[in-house]
Design a binder for this molecule. Structure first.
Ligand code: ADE
Length: 225
């Protein structure tokens, strides 16, 4: 998989890809992530990427031309499955969207700033709009990092234990059950006895029940789907 990220703040985005699982996935060649600075596609001496709104109103708007030039340059090199714009009014990211995107070959992610982008970018260049939640960030970069993390860890081979993504919260519309490790007892706080018995069908049944109970208590909305 290849991800091209268009941003005015590449330095804000780089560190999540330089540590832990994402770094390993890139090193292993399972994913390529490339950053493109929108200012490299400007045409004036000031390297402007934004301007005031037609019709008046507070806040600057990102201009169509540098974005179009950058996306066109990328599209001339390869085909893209999706060109995603990170925006608070997009569809809210969930595990199902992450699963879908993890199967794509090439995607572009455009990070917005200021008031957002000229609507013509969204009408003519973007194929999908994603929000990471009902709150407003100062730019799309942190949202793009969240999206990339959720997607990249699902690419086969990225997680050490292939099955572990399948038991994540949300994979079956259920939250994950409680988990424990050594010691068996700490300050009198005990691990449920049945986890020691080696009765794996019983343990599996307990985990399913716990996942259901936790979902019912914390996120009953997930059980409606
Ligand atoms: N840009 C600003 N706010 C955002 C959000 N909630 N999700 C994605 N991109 C954003």
């Amino acid at each position: 998989m290849r991800i091209d990220i268009i941003t005015v703040l590449p330095e804000l985005l780089k560190s999540p890809f330089e540590a832990s699982i994402l770094k390993r996935a890139i090193k292993a060649g399972l994913v390529e992530v490339h950053f493109h600075n929108l200012r490299d596609y400007t045409t004036d001496n000031y390297k402007s990427i934004d301007d005031t709104q037609f019709g008046g109103g507070a806040g600057m708007v990102m201009m169509v031309e540098p974005i179009d030039k950058c996306i066109s340059a990328l599209k001339s090199e390869r085909d893209y499955d999706d060109i995603i714009y990170m925006t608070p009014d997009g569809e809210t990211l969930n595990q199902s969207i992450a699963n879908q995107l993890s199967l794509k070959e090439n995607i572009i992610i455009l990070c917005g700033h200021y008031k957002g982008v000229d609507q013509r970018v969204r009408d003519h260049l973007i194929t999908r709009e994603i929000s990471i939640g009902d709150y407003v960030l100062s730019g799309g970069e942190l949202g793009a990092a969240v999206l990339c993390d959720a997607v990249i860890r699902l690419i086969p081979g990225v997680l050490g234990n292939e099955t572990s993504a399948l038991t994540d919260s949300f994979q079956d519309n259920l939250l994950a059950p409680p988990i424990y490790t050594k010691p068996r007892e700490y300050k009198g706080w005990k691990v449920p006895e049945l986890l020691f018995g080696g009765n794996f069908p019983q343990i599996e049944k307990w985990r399913e029940e716990q996942a259901y109970l936790r979902t019912k208590e914390r996120r009953p909305d997930l059980l409606d789907d």
